[in-house]
Design a protein around this ligand. Sequence first.
Ligand SMILES: Nc1ncnc2c1ncn2[C@@H]1O[C@H](COP(=O)(O)OP(=O)(O)OP(=O)(O)O)[C@@H](O)[C@H]1O
Ligand SMILES: [Mg+2]
Length: 225
Amino acid sequence: MPVITMASSKGGVGKTTSSLLLALELADAGASVALIDGDRNQPLSKWAALEGKPANVTVISDTSEETITQTIETAAAEYQFVIVDLEGSANAMIIYAVSRSDLVVVPLQASIVDAHQATRTIEAVRRIAHTSRQDVRAVLLMTKAPNFISSEAKHVQSDLEGAGFEFLPVAIHERVAYRSLFSYGGDLHSLPAKQVGNLDAARENAEAYAQSVLAILRGKAAVAA
Ligand SMILES: Nc1ncnc2c1ncn2[C@@H]1O[C@H](COP(=O)(O)OP(=O)(O)OP(=O)(O)O)[C@@H](O)[C@H]1O
Ligand SMILES: [Mg+2]
């Protein structure tokens, strides 16, 4: 079943958060989801060890350059969706993961420096896809977006689109709720509303983001059919 990899050469752009939000939304809609924790710091495994992990989300830990290909293939045969979270620093995992992915999502924030690094990651993904002869779609994802999109953000996005880079149509907003998942565990429905504000807005944004990923996957299937 579809394999989605989150990748970026820059650290801290929101890969792990975006992986978890996507997994939780897909699971909330009833799908079985494998989250492969490809980061040595094991942030998703730590989230899974907290209370409240939905039963249909399985976190697969302790994968390595040697095992990631097999891990992805086994998970793709068993689960309806496979999401791979890679760590920020460049390593060979990205090559193995991308060559087994249907979609690679590269998160970035709206700055010129981020944009430059993100497009280099997209270009690396395209090279890997070409070399491994795989049909891999690579898209940019604006993360930690403020409620009001700045003119710099609009410029960054339109420049990149003009240069042939595709964006997911939905940005992930900056929300305390998204950070809180990693301290409370569980999902956006189980977070305590008193301590974590604006849960409705966080849920709405996460759902729109997951829907935009699904639309791309469906589009790919139609092209391949
Ligand atoms: N949409 C968001 N709203 C609020 N905080 C966010 C959001 N996305 C990420 N963060 C916070 O930013 C920090 C980095 O996010 P995250 O760990 O998801 O990035 P990453 O790309 O996986 O980092 P690394 O390269 O270290 O793996 C974390 O503290 C996370 O809680
Ligand atoms: Mg991470």
